[in-house]
Design a protein around this ligand. Structure first.
Ligand SMILES: Cc1cc2nc3c(=O)[nH]c(=O)nc-3n(C[C@H](O)[C@H](O)[C@H](O)COP(=O)(O)O)c2cc1C
Length: 201
């Protein structure tokens, strides 16, 4: 966990429960380790983000309710624009515009990125801006992807946190499974033919 993530997330309520359960000492050192400076997206985070084909995006409604929605696209559609900024093309969907509306009230967002195959997850928090300029939309729209881009969301990243892999089920993308099964099927066919030839003899 980065110091910045701890500084933002360890509110007095959270600290109270850390104290009750005996983890406050170690976590206090983490949060106090540095002055409040926002995290930089490094090579490990950039490589992980570049492989993702989806993530979960949380916003806060004007009544205070948290809202989570899925965002998906071709791998790498969530782009690292610089060490503090992420961006992606937001596609037309069910036209409820909950995420879009929530951002008018509160620009704070939380992104949850999962890699089920490698049982790894990355959480990022930041502030989102909407950009509808043609240059930015052109830059972020994935080429040859069947979706209508309505806007770009640019996220000024405040902090991030990698989590441990405990309790993450290991799941593989359908394409990867089909490829592995295809290889096995081809091998089975080969062996069946060989077996038939041997029986004939
Ligand atoms: C035709 C269509 C229908 C959709 N219906 C739903 C739905 O019922 N529930 C849902 O969670 N997402 C649905 N989606 C996906 C969302 O519309 C999409 O993720 C959108 O960006 C959500 O915006 P929001 O963040 O304002 O919820 C649908 C997408 C399309 C194209």
């Amino acid at each position: 966990m980065t110091s910045r993530f701890a500084q933002v997330m360890f509110t007095p309520d959270v600290q109270l429960h850390q104290e009750r359960h005996g983890s406050r000492g170690a976590y206090a050192r983490m949060a106090d380790a540095a002055a409040p400076v926002r995290d930089r997206i490094g090579p490990d985070e950039a490589a992980f983000i570049a492989e993702r084909d989806s993530f979960y995006l949380a916003t806060v409604g004007m009544t205070g309710w948290p809202y989570i929605q899925h965002r998906g696209g071709p791998p790498g559609f969530l782009r690292v624009l610089d060490e503090h900024t992420l961006g992606f093309a937001d596609f037309r969907g069910n036209r409820q515009y909950i995420t879009r509306g929530n951002l008018d009230h509160d620009d704070r967002v939380s992104l949850f990125l999962m890699d089920y195959a490698n049982r790894t997850r990355l959480k990022l928090i930041g502030r989102a801006r909407v950009d509808e300029s043609p240059e930015v939309l052109d830059r972020l729209a994935p080429p040859d992807y069947q979706a209508k881009v309505e806007r770009a969301l640019l996220i000024d990243v405040e902090a991030f946190d990698w989590n441990c892999r405990q309790h993450i089920p290991q799941l593989f993308p359908r394409d990867a499974v089909e490829q592995a099964i295809g290889t096995l099927r081809a091998r089975i066919a080969e062996l069946e033919q060989e077996n038939a030839r041997l029986r004939e003899r």
